[in-house]
Ligand binder design. Sequence first.
Ligand code: DX5
Ligand code: ZN
Length: 220
Amino acid sequence: MKEKLIAPSMLASDFGNLQRDTEMVNNSEADWFHIDIMDGVFVPNISYGMPVLKAIAKHAQKTLDVHLMIIDPDRYIKEFAQLGTDILTVHYEACTHLHRTLQAIKAEGMKAGVAINPHTSVDLLKDIISDIDVVLVMSVNPGFGGQSFIENTYNKIQRLKEIISMSNAKTLIEIDGGVTDKNAAQLAKAGADVLVAGSFVFKAEDQPQTIKNLKQLANS
Ligand code: DX5
Ligand code: ZN
């Protein structure tokens, strides 16, 4: 079976100690850095933008998984590539010409992700699934860390798995929001490939150990 991956969300890190927290992730069993960019328009919150991504990228030694919660993401694709982004994820709900956007991301040498809000049906991705490297299933409403997990996510994972295998696609399923040690094993068993965890990791006393536990649960 494919190894399940853990992606700590830097939104919950200590911005005053960004280098320290970035190095903690480097030295842990985590696989990806998850970086949430919010514009205050697509979601009711503003997180951080290019300068902070640049500061993280300077020290990060693992995959940079950038989650754009912004309208009109096409305007910034080139810039995100230049900053070292490995996977660039846009929201289904923010893209009128999603197919074109995905091609533009790949043309810059990045992997292309599509995020879907809790109300968005996975079936809407059916015709485009082979073009998507990662589907990011939001298990909370995007905009804030620390919210509680929406249980319907399990149904979405199951349906998405069917859609991916029907198309013989290699698409990964990533889950974002409210991931803890209570749901990590069940999410992985349901078919999730990557688990994002923000507050659960960064609020923990022993962060590397918390990442290690999540990784073990996901691969149990
Ligand atoms: C929410 C972000 C998430 C967030 C997850 O809009 O996309 O990545 O950081 O945080 P937790 O794990 O605290 O729910
Ligand atoms: Zn995210």
